[in-house]
Design a protein around this ligand. Structure first.
Ligand code: GNR
Ligand code: NI
Length: 176
């Protein structure tokens, strides 16, 4: 297992659409394990493969609270089958947009089909934080970030700030 560096805004990788996983093999399970270790280290409650630079449709989630036993979930090629009309609002954050939080409204419940780490087809009816987190991570697989769900004014402010930070860290590397 290894901790991988996180891809941070405005890295264009975060806008890439990830490719479906063709076979759930030991390499894929190794990627999922590395993603879980990276997520626990951060720490975060979810992580998409593109956040560690792998453009594959894989995400991991663990919603266990501090002091509770770990509850790792691996979702491969997830697809939202149904979304509730009812909405809910959560304050979201993203490991690729460190230290920025904003309220996002999404469907309160979703039904998702996916392959588990054994390549077995599964379905989950998720609500609450699990529903929000699954939608946040599935957005990543499609190159979408939670700041795409807030006002353009706020989004432009955040993007500008992270472009400036990237420029300071690596002068000459960034255009614009
Ligand atoms: O750690 C995370 N917390 C979080 C809080 C509210 C809604 C979504 C999330 S996911 C985030 C980790 C992350 O960036 N996953 O892509
Ligand atoms: Ni995120």
């Amino acid at each position: 297992m290894s901790i991988k560096p996180l891809i941070i805004l405005p890295d264009p990788l975060l806008r890439q659409v990830s490719k479906p996983v063709e076979r759930v093999d030991s390499d894929l399970r190794k990627l999922a394990d590395d993603m879980l270790e990276t997520m626990y280290d951060a720490p975060g409650i979810g992580l998409a493969a593109i956040q560690v630079g792998e453009p594959l449709r894989v995400l991991v989630i663990d919603l266990a609270k501090e002091g509770e036993p770990p509850a790792p979930h691996v979702f491969i090629n997830p697809e939202i089958l149904e979304s509730s009309d009812q909405r809910s609002v959560y304050e979201e954050g993203c490991l690729s947009i460190p230290d920025y939080y904003a309220e996002v409204e999404r469907p309160a419940a979703v039904r998702v089909k996916y392959l588990d780490r054994d390549g077995k087809l599964q379905e989950i009816d998720a609500e609450g934080l699990m529903a929000t987190c699954l939608q946040h991570e599935i957005d990543h697989l499609n190159g979408v970030l939670f700041i795409d769900h807030i006002s353009k004014l706020k989004r432009d402010m955040v993007v500008r700030k992270f472009k400036k930070l990237a420029k300071e860290k690596a002068p000459g590397k960034m255009v614009g």
